[in-house]
Design a protein around this ligand. Sequence first.
Ligand code: PLP
Length: 393
Amino acid sequence: MKLADRVSALTPSTTLAITAKAKELKAAGHDVIGLGAGEPDFNTPQHIMDAAVNAMNAGQTKYTPAGGLAELKKEIISKFERDQGIAYKPGEVIVCSGAKHALYTLFQVLLNEGDEVIIPAPYWVSYPEQVKLADGVPVYVEASEENQFKLTPEQLKEAITEKTKAVIINSPSNPTGMLYTKEELEALGQICLEHDVLIVSDEIYEKLIYGTHKHVSIAELSEELKNQTIIINGVSKSHSMTGWRIGYAAGNEQIIKAMTNLASHSTSNPTSIAQYASIAAYAGSQEPVEEMRKAFEERLNIIYDKLVAIPGISCLKPQGAFYLFPNAKQAAEMTGFASVDEFVEALLEKEKVAIVPGSGFGSPDNVRLSYATSLDVIEAALERIERFVKENS
Ligand code: PLP
């Protein structure tokens, strides 16, 4: 059977590929350490799970409105008021089956064939594929390590053409952990307003911020920028709810309406029970969110110094999310590999440590390590990486 052209060009997620290989080795009896995970290692807080059970017992197991339960939208709107000081109307919010699906639906309603979306590299692996699935063209802009892997106003200006429809800002970033400052966002926002470029602001890691850094949403900077931005967020990373599949988009009513129409013909609605759980996530105490954040920060502070002490490895200190994105080019060279990809492969083969090569994120000199796993495990992994580099140099 000949499949559609649109899927033949699809590349599988690098993150999932390395996780699959690690699982394979584990199943064969090897002692594998996986640092590929893209999800918090904590359980979903108990009160959220209780809300799901209560919803089931109360018979809330039927279709919901396509764009999400009114009560959940109300909680999401309160969250935006609380955290960003932005006032959205229910018609400006759609609940989807995860932030990933919110992005997918957005690109489907936004793009015509050939429309361009500017994607700063390093980028989250799904952005380019989702843009291509909507017949759009990803336009990559290499954000330099010197500028903390962030897009500059000059780079943005240069990348804009007549076909530019949107730019993606992911702050804090997966994979780099970097955050845009208010001033940086103001400068980028101004250019987007001048050229009528929609800002897709992926804020899924908003609650995981470290040190003195602050999360700023570009949409909170002015009414004009609010209208020029679609915010993407969800409960997956903040409330350790990756499996529940609840994310959302907020912004221009016409776009949200089109997304809701499309959802009505694709998913019908996000899972009812997960929506009730998400109401509890936002209506209840946010203490568990802060506890998880603190745990990530503690880990980061311990492992960062150990990571940068490994010969041939350098790394910007992450400001948010739960990833380290070190440059491993020198380590690969020292150990006789032609590329960081090969270095990563050999590390898995020899030391049984699974990390994700940066090539999948559009940054071939780097690797991504997730610290969404226990401190013991990360420390053991770092010891193995250090041994690998030292023994093979
Ligand atoms: N955006 C970024 C940058 C992510 O890293 C992820 C998950 O890895 C998502 C969106 C998707 O989150 P969700 O689990 O809500 O679909």
